[in-house]
Design a protein around this ligand. Structure first.
Ligand code: NDP
Length: 294
């Protein structure tokens, strides 16, 4: 499989299947990681206002020498900015020092106060309406809008009133938390999925799984390539492994064609042990206790 195939979004734009994640990529390291990735063929970078590194991601893009129009750049609306959608977009554009985003996501359907508590007076549905407004009024600033961490019921709720179908839903996905139900719901509505934490997040614990190691031997690649390829082999799915380590950034760009049997073996892991690695406190530490849908 070519390392840089892409997924067509419902806007008509092509989103490169492989991107570089930048959560917990610190200023100082992240510029180098972004520039290194772009010099080695990556054309898709994922950041978020919440990561506190948009400025440095923008600097990495410049350092790479790759023209902006060749790069697919995603950032995300921070939970405490849900009341100030238009100004939050401008702040992201300024920090990234770019005239436009290729994709802007609602990071979580969880409005928060600046102090970090739940903002119970704000409805995430109004946040989506405000994102639609900015997207329609300023196509020069944002090429596509989407969501992140939306379950099937949240997506169904969104689609009841949305006038713009999200281009993407970015969700946790790896062999211990595949979220195939969400992927299928997205496919049904022409929404692409981006799989985050494909290696199991910090310290990449899934690289140690025996079935992952066995498949790595079979294909003569690194275990990370099996986990990244699993996502890249799912129709309509893109994947954003994070690394600040130059040789890993290069290594992660190898994507192999897995057989149906290999994919089945990887899908078996979740039956033994379902694990979600990304459990921020406002989701109820793992129970994903989002605001009620009523
Ligand atoms: P990943 O699953 O991408 O794993 C990152 C970890 O794996 C780091 O510790 C990294 O170390 C290590 N690693 C990377 N490549 C290799 C390799 N080849 N061999 C060994 N270790 C390796 O975790 P993330 O949680 O960061 O997810 C990826 C991205 O998804 C994020 O960075 C972010 O952009 C996005 N994301 C989005 C969320 C959302 O709510 N929308 C939530 C979580 C993530 P090192 O860097 O030291 O090399």
């Amino acid at each position: 499989m070519p390392a840089h195939k892409s997924v067509k979004l419902n806007t008509g734009a092509e989103m490169p299947t492989l991107g570089l994640g930048t959560w917990r990529s610190q200023p100082g390291a992240v510029e180098r990681a972004v520039a290194h990735a772009l010099k080695h063929g990556y054309r898709h970078i994922d950041t978020a206002t919440a990561y506190g590194n948009e400025k440095e991601v923008g600097e990495g893009i410049k350092q790479s020498g790759v023209p902006r129009e060749q790069i697919f750049l995603t950032t995300k609306l921070n939970n405490p900015d849900q009341r100030n959608v238009a100004s939050a977009l401008d702040a992201s554009l300024k920090a990234l020092d770019t005239p436009y985003l290729d994709l802007w996501l609602m990071h979580w359907p969880c409005p928060m106060t600046k102090e970090g508590g739940a903002d119970k007076e704000r409805d995430w549905r109004d946040t989506w309406r405000d994102m639609e407004k900015v997207y329609k009024e300023h196509p020069e600033k944002v090429k596509a809008i989407g969501v992140s961490n939306f379950s099937v019921s949240y997506l169904q709720e969104l689609l009841k009133f949305a006038t713009v179908v999200p281009a993407v839903n970015q969700i946790e996905s790896h062999p211990l938390c595949l979220q195939e139900d969400i992927v299928e719901e997205c496919r049904k509505h022409g929404i692409a999925v981006t799989a985050y934490s494909p290696l199991g997040s910090d310290q990449a614990p899934l690289l140690e799984k025996p079935v992952v190691k066995k498949l790595a031997e079979k294909y003569k690649v690194a275990p990370s390539n099996i986990l990244i390829s699993l996502q890249a082999n799912r129709p309509g799915v893109t994947v954003i492994p994070k690394s600040v380590t130059p040789h890993r950034i290069e290594e992660n760009a190898i994507i192999v064609d897995l057989t149906e049997e290999d994919i089945k073996a990887l899908f078996e892991l979740e039956k033994e042990n379902h694990t979600r690695f990304c459990k921020p406190y406002w989701t109820g530490w793992g129970n994903i206790g989002f605001p009620d849908l009523d």
